[in-house]
Design a protein around this ligand. Structure first.
Ligand code: SF4
Length: 123
């Protein structure tokens, strides 16, 4: 897989299927109303049933699975997302989040978490 690069970010990314980004202690997965609706449809669930089963009371974040794992993280030799085609934008854009550039502590956490990140050589 060709590593992805996004202008302004000091690293490249090529997913190695570790699943680490889907199980960050203290992390959560934010979903918009449209995303929740798409995931519900993908699972064949009525939106209200989906919300009861998979959304936190604020309606904006997924519940956790085991420990700090995302409820949709699937086990295996290669970890995988069980709702991959309809995963939220936050997951699609990992690790190229604007807040990663703005927050050095978050950047360090992201770089430690993800084995698919390679720092770019400094000029
Ligand atoms: S929705 Fe899928 S990609 Fe996003 S954190 Fe959960 S398992 Fe990972």
């Amino acid at each position: 897989m060709t590593p992805q690069r996004v202008a302004g970010f000091p690293f490249t990314f090529a997913c190695r299927r570790s699943g680490n980004c889907c199980a960050i202690p203290g992390g959560f997965v934010r979903v918009t109303a449209d995303e929740a609706q798409s995931i519900a449809a993908h699972l064949g669930l009525e939106p209200a049933v989906f919300a009861r089963r998979y959304l936190r009371p604020d309606g904006e974040r997924l519940v956790d699975g085991l420990g700090s794992r995302c409820v949709f993280l699937r086990d295996g030799a290669e970890a995988g997302c069980s709702i991959y085609p309809v995963r939220p934008a936050k997951c699609r854009t990992w690790p190229f989040w604007p807040e990663v550039l703005a927050d050095p502590a978050l950047r360090r956490l992201v770089e430690r978490t993800c084995p698919g990140i390679e720092p770019l050589a400094q000029d």
